[in-house]
Design a protein around this ligand. Structure first.
Ligand SMILES: NC(=O)c1ccc[n+]([C@@H]2O[C@H](COP(=O)([O-])OP(=O)(O)OC[C@H]3O[C@@H](n4cnc5c(N)ncnc54)[C@H](OP(=O)(O)O)[C@@H]3O)[C@@H](O)[C@H]2O)c1
Length: 287
C-alpha cells in the first residue's frame, strides 16, 4: 500500500506548525509530511523529528514546484501579506495542480459566501481560483481565533476596558489549536469530492470576552460599545492611522452583522469533541 504524503504550507506559523505536529501525533510517519515554509530555519524542531522541511515562498512562485514534489494532499495556509494574497495563493494552487495532487485544502474565512468582513475578499477570490483548478478541494472556513483578543490583553488591562463597535454581535471564535487539529483531521480524511466546513466554536459577545479575561486575570475589564463612527474616531484619537482605524471599525460592523457567528457544528464534528470553551481558552492563553 502506498503512503499518502501531506504537504503543509505556512508551516512556520502558529497554525501550520500545529497541523504538522498533529499529523505526527496521529501516527503519520514524519517522512510522509512536507513542511513548507518561507522561513525554514524557524522549524528546525520539525526537521529534527524527521519531517521534510522545504523552503517555499508564496511570493516567489519558482520556489513552489520543488517545495511540493511528492505531495499527494496540500494544505494551503492563507498568507499574511494583505493585498497580495490572491496572486500568492494562486501560485501555490497552480504548483499543486501541476503536480497532480489528489486534494488541496485551504484556510478560508467563516461564512465566506455572505460575509462583509474586510479581510474576506481575498479568501473569496482564492476559493474561486480553487473551484476552477480542477482538483478536489476542502475549504476550511475558519472563524476568528480567540488569540486575536487575548493577544490584546495587556492593552485591555492597561485601559480597563475592551472598546468596540460590535453592537452585541456574536463571535463563534475558537482557539487556534482547535482549528489546527480540525485541519489535520480534514487532511487525513480519505473521502472523495469537495467539502466546505464552516468552523467556529461556542459563540461569545464582547461582554462575555470581558468577563472571561477579568476572571482569568483577576482584574476587572469592562466592555464599552460605541457607534462605529465614534469607535473609529476613538482609535484615531488613540494614535492609529485613519486606514487602520477604518479597517477595525469595518471589522466590528461586520461582527455586529453576524458575519463571524455560526450555528454550524462542523468544528466539533471534525474534532470529535466540543471546541475548547472560551473561558478555558482565555485562561490557557493568558497563563
Ligand atoms: N481566523 C483568524 O482569526 C486568523 C487570525 C490570524 C491569521 N489568520 C490567517 O490564518 C493564517 C494562519 O494563521 P497563523 O496563526 O499560522 O498565522 P501566523 O502565525 O502569523 O503565521 C503566518 C504564516 O504565513 C506565512 N507566510 C506569510 N507570507 C508568506 C509567503 N509569502 N510565503 C510563504 N509563507 C508565508 C508565515 O511565514 P513566515 O514564518 O516566514 O513569516 C507564517 O508561516 C494566517 O496566515 C492568516 O492568513 C486567521
Amino acid at each position: 500500500m502506498s503512503t499518502t504524503t501531506y504537504a503543509v504550507t505556512g508551516a512556520s506559523g502558529g497554525l501550520g506548525h500545529r497541523v504538522v505536529t498533529e499529523l505526527l501525533s496521529r501516527g503519520v510517519e514524519p517522512s510522509a509530511v512536507i513542511a513548507v515554509a518561507r522561513t525554514p530555519e524557524k522549524i528546525g524542531d520539525l526537521a529534527d523529528r524527521g519531517v521534510q522541511v522545504r523552503p517555499g515562498d508564496y511570493a516567489r512562485p519558482e520556489t513552489l514546484p520543488t517545495a511540493l514534489v511528492g505531495a499527494d494532499r496540500v494544505l494551503l495556509v492563507s498568507g499574511t501579506e494583505i493585498g497580495r494574497r490572491v496572486e500568492q495563493h494562486a501560485a501555490v494552487i497552480e504548483a499543486a495542480r501541476a503536480h497532480g495532487v489528489e486534494r488541496i485544502l485551504y484556510t478560508s474565512i467563516l461564512n465566506a459566501d455572505t460575509t462583509s468582513n474586510p479581510v474576506a475578499p481575498e479568501h473569496q477570490a482564492t476559493e474561486q481560483v480553487l473551484r476552477t483548478a480542477g482538483v478536489p478541494v476542502t475549504i476550511l472556513r475558519n472563524g476568528w481565533y480567540v488569540e486575536n483578543y487575548t493577544s490584546q490583553a495587556p492593552q485591555y488591562l492597561a485601559t480597563g476596558e475592551i472598546l468596540g463597535a460590535t453592537g452585541g454581535g456574536r463571535i463563534s471564535g475558537a482557539a487556534r489549536e482547535d482549528y489546527a487539529v480540525a485541519a489535520a483531521v480534514a487532511l487525513l480524511d480519505d473521502a472523495d469530492g469537495d467539502h466546505v466546513y464552516e468552523l467556529g466554536g461556542p459563540a461569545f459577545t464582547f461582554d462575555d470576552l470581558a468577563a472571561a479575561i477579568s476572571s482569568a486575570m483577576g482584574t476587572a475589564v469592562t466592555h464599552r460599545d460605541l457607534p462605529a463612527d465614534e469607535y473609529r474616531a476613538a482609535l484615531v484619537g488613540a494614535g492609529l492611522d485613519e486606514q487602520t482605524a477604518g479597517f477595525l471599525a469595518a471589522l466590528d460592523a461586520s461582527i455586529a452583522g453576524g458575519d463571524l457567528a455560526t450555528d454550524s457544528d462542523d468544528l466539533a464534528r471534525l474534532l470529535g469533541r466540543e471546541p475548547t470553551p472560551l473561558a478555558d481558552a482565555v485562561r490557557a492563553q493568558l497563563a
